[in-house]
Design a protein around this ligand. Structure first.
Ligand code: DC
Length: 231
């Protein structure tokens, strides 16, 4: 294996396990991992806390103006053995995964001016060295020249069940049908928005993991990485 810089873009539908596999991959390759969904979620949390979302309408001007006051960073918590998202130094990891943020994040991520700013931040991270970045527009917009692009998906029901299990394990009281609705609604908004809609880049490899174990999908991706590293 050689040590040249490598950018791996993982895009796909919500709740299909992108971040789990992206994190494992980054760890195995000893390179950085960037969860861009966490960035959109953090901005959404900021908007909710500051009453910039009312009745499903985002106060776009005020939120865009506030972006300069928001600094999002990632840190590995050695004690908990997990990555944590920080907003202005505060760990927001738990709060950004709750239903209130999930239900509003598509509104925020559909705003062009917000996307442009976050894409800038993401490209700067890519300038710093090798990374695995997951999101919706990494292979199409953020890093169109990524060394490896993967587009992940799984059936709606499988994805809703995974999200249900995740939230239930955290003690949240949730309803399966609400989650299924949220998964489908986010896909719909993400895929039909005018700004950088979710779509598979022409040169991305499709990975449908509905019937795959975590290990199988990890190996599948690792094989592709090794092919690139050895080419
Ligand atoms: O991956 P996630 O579910 O944490 O992402 C949260 C939301 O953010 C999702 O509804 C789509 C949006 N998103 C986006 O528009 N672009 C990205 N690069 C990452 C996430």
């Amino acid at each position: 294996m050689n040590n040249k810089k490598i950018i791996i873009a993982i895009d796909g539908h919500s709740s299909c396990g992108k971040s789990t596999v992206a994190k494992d991959l980054a760890k195995a390759l000893a390179i950085a991992y960037v969860d861009t969904g966490a960035m959109y979620r953090s901005v959404t949390l900021y908007a909710l806390r500051n009453n910039l979302i009312n009745d499903g309408v985002v106060n776009e001007q005020a939120l865009v103006a506030a972006l300069d006051n928001i600094k999002i960073t990632f840190n590995f918590n050695a004690e908990l053995k997990k990555n944590e998202t920080f907003m202005n130094g505060e760990s927001v990891e738990a709060e950004i995964r709750a239903m209130q943020v999930s239900s509003n994040v598509s509104l925020v991520s559909a705003i062009g001016a917000i996307r442009r700013k976050l894409v800038d931040w993401q490209r700067q991270m890519g300038n710093e060295g090798s990374l695995v970045m997951d999101g919706r527009d990494i292979g199409t917009v953020v890093f169109p020249n990524a060394d490896l692009k993967i587009f992940m998906t799984a059936s709606d029901e499988v994805r809703a069940q995974r999200r249900f299990d995740e939230l239930t394990a955290k003690g949240e009281t949730v309803n399966f049908d609400d989650i299924l609705f949220n998964v489908r609604e986010r896909d719909r908004i993400d895929s039909t928005r005018a700004e950088s809609p979710l779509r598979k880049a022409d040169d991305a490899l499709l990975l449908d993991n509905s019937n795959m174990t975590m290990d199988e999908q990890f190996q599948w991706i690792l094989d592709k990485v090794n092919q690139i590293k050895n080419s």
